[in-house]
Write a protein that binds this ligand. Structure first.
Ligand code: GDP
Length: 207
């Protein structure tokens, strides 16, 4: 992809609606890895943030979408940028689709799936704010989201997550580790590798 030439040997992108809990989820995962947090203004992410995992492997925080107060022209630019990134970014190993467990599969979530699913690389639906649902609602939601996501591609997965309660972390960590071929047993040390402990804002969208 022409505008996105940042060298990477493998990356996992996090996409989601604004307010779905994407930053909190990345924080929860990154904090466990002792990576630094790059702050942002809600709804106004101006760049995508790369979180180093060592060995030129990264977690990529994509701009949230669907924020009502963002101007139409800006929304359109982000759509073009996100679409191009998801359709063409070569080191992109898999997509974590962040969805509020109470409102999965909005129209824009489906757009992300339409862009990325045809590439034949894996997608994991991470259902955030699970703490807001009761036990049986959680189970029902997980079953229905697993059914829906599996229609988009074989081996596509889903799990429940709560940044508040810190639940569901090991499941998504295992998914990311397998996509990036990071050894699970050594992943804690690798994720916290010296020199990689900085969330970097390295890329500007082609505005
Ligand atoms: P983003 O816009 O997708 O990055 O969303 P944020 O991570 O900024 O979260 C949006 C709002 O949801 C904030 O008020 C968070 O405190 C809240 N939130 C995020 N994750 C959780 C969670 O797991 N449980 C609960 N109860 N609230 C959460």
């Amino acid at each position: 992809m022409k505008d996105l030439s940042f060298p990477s040997s493998g990356e996992v992108a996090f996409a989601g609606r604004s307010n779905a809990g994407k930053s909190s989820a990345i924080n929860t995962l990154a904090n466990q890895r002792r990576l630094a947090f790059t702050s942002k203004t809600p709804g106004r992410t101006q760049q995508i943030n790369y979180f180093g995992l060592g060995g030129e492997k990264y977690l990529v925080d994509l701009p949230g979408y669907g924020y009502a107060k963002v101007q139409k022209t800006e929304q359109q630019r982000w759509r073009i940028f996100l679409g191009a990134y998801l359709e063409t970014r070569e080191p992109l190993a898999g997509l974590i689709l962040i969805m509020d467990a109470r409102r999965p599969f909005t129209e824009l979530d489906r757009q992300m799936l339409e862009w990325f699913a045809p590439r034949g690389r894996p997608i994991h639906a991470l259902l955030t704010k699970a703490d807001k649902l009761g036990r049986s609602e959680q189970a029902q939601t997980l079953t229905s989201v697993r059914g829906e996501i599996s229609k988009w591609g074989s081996g596509f997965t889903a799990s429940l997550f709560s940044s508040l309660k810190k639940t569901g972390t090991s499941e998504v960590e295992a998914v990311i580790a397998s996509w990036l071929a990071i050894e699970t047993s050594a992943s804690r040390a690798k994720f916290a590798a010296p020199g990689s402990a900085t969330g970097q804002s390295l890329l500007e969208p082609p505005l």
